[in-house]
Design a protein around this ligand. Structure first.
Ligand code: DX5
Ligand code: ZN
Length: 218
């Protein structure tokens, strides 16, 4: 049985107070910190890169979960490893060489994950399932926080949950986008283990919101 984890996305944190906000997440009991990296090409938004990981690494023991929404992800693997990232997630849509990038991530000593956009089928990642530590099923189109949850994406969570059983694999299943204290229930039912939430957690009291999410996870 997998341990369920909450991974707050600091895309919704106060950019003027990253240190305070990251420390607050650990105190509130978050296991992971989700870091959304955007290059303005793969998605229509810009965020931050390996230097931010380097800056927050010393202030938290949480696992640093880096979600790359960039073109040519292979270019950034070594700099994220050096900065102290624990896990790198790469979109299958972002590269013709997903297998090679995932190999590179493992070789650099990090956990690896492959990501599916809402319009991408599970079959696109069938042949890398044996090599990843996690599959991230996007439940919004990537690029912005605060979007509406797309329930149809949960069909893929169910499919992956069955596949890992049948294939006797061990990857974790993460969901990201529009997760709140209601949608988290259907995500868990579908078989997700790790729950990313940005807008929900950072609207109001962070510790209370994390606790409210946790209550729904059984
Ligand atoms: C979307 C990002 C998400 C996002 C989640 O591009 O990958 O991590 O910040 O934010 P919420 O929880 O606000 O949908
Ligand atoms: Zn994300």
């Amino acid at each position: 049985k997998k341990t369920l984890k909450i991974a707050p996305s600091i895309l919704s944190a106060d950019f003027g107070n990253f240190e305070r906000d990251v420390i607050g997440l650990e105190i509130a009991g978050a296991e992971w910190v989700h870091i959304d990296v955007m290059d303005g090409h793969f998605v229509d938004n810009l965020s931050f890169g390996a230097d931010l990981v380097k800056a927050i690494r010393p202030v938290t023991k949480c696992l640093l979960d880096c979600h790359l929404m960039v073109e040519n992800p292979e270019k950034y693997v070594d700099s994220f490893a050096k900065a102290g990232a624990d896990s790198l997630s790469v979109h299958v849509e972002s590269t013709p060489h997903i297998h090679a990038v995932l190999q590179k991530i493992k070789a650099a000593g990090m956990r690896s994950a492959v990501v599916l956009n809402p319009g991408t089928s599970v079959s696109a990642i069938r042949h890398v399932l044996e090599m990843v530590d996690m599959v991230l099923v996007m439940t919004v189109n990537p690029g912005f926080s605060g979007q509406k949850f797309i329930p149809e994406c949960l069909e893929k969570v169910r499919e992956l949950n069955e596949m890992r059983e049948i294939l006797a694999l061990n990857f974790e299943i993460q969901v990201d986008g529009g997760v709140n204290d209601e949608t988290v229930i259907s995500c868990r039912k579908a078989g997700a283990d790790i729950f990313v939430a940005g807008n929900y957690i950072f609207s109001g009291n962070v510790a209370e919101n994390i606790a409210k999410l946790r209550e729904k996870l059984v």
